[in-house]
Design a protein around this ligand. Sequence first.
Ligand SMILES: [Zn+2]
Ligand SMILES: [Zn+2]
Length: 153
Amino acid sequence: MLDADALAATVGRLRAAGQRVTPQRVLILGMFAAGEHLTAHEVYARVAQVSPAVNRSTVYRTLERLRDLGLLSETDLGDAERHFELLGDDRHHHLVCRGCGAMLLLGDEFVRPLREAARARYGFVARIDHLALFGLCSRCQDTMPAPADEDDH
Ligand SMILES: [Zn+2]
Ligand SMILES: [Zn+2]
């Protein structure tokens, strides 16, 4: 399931975080080695293929633990699913279109000034690991009215 490099990197990440290297953690964290976004549901479905005895809440707890350790990011991409992704040294973010669902990549260079301003102005260390901004892509702006203020929070 994992090639040797991805396996070594995954084990290294767990060790660097001071975590025991269990087969389950390697299995779950290793699924993200290719840089995919996966929902909690997708992770569970893949784990269940390999080891059907594992229950859903164990998988979800492992994801949350890996998130708390800073190994995975969890992002609300606006579809009521919990999206997880490997959190490497490079940060990236997304622009998510409410019209067609397109997800554009937003470089961290746009978010870095926000982080720096929060720190300089408020002494606040903002943890912005994987941000999703919602709106309309250039194509959808022509065909749809601007979105009303959506109350997500
Ligand atoms: Zn992402
Ligand atoms: Zn769109």
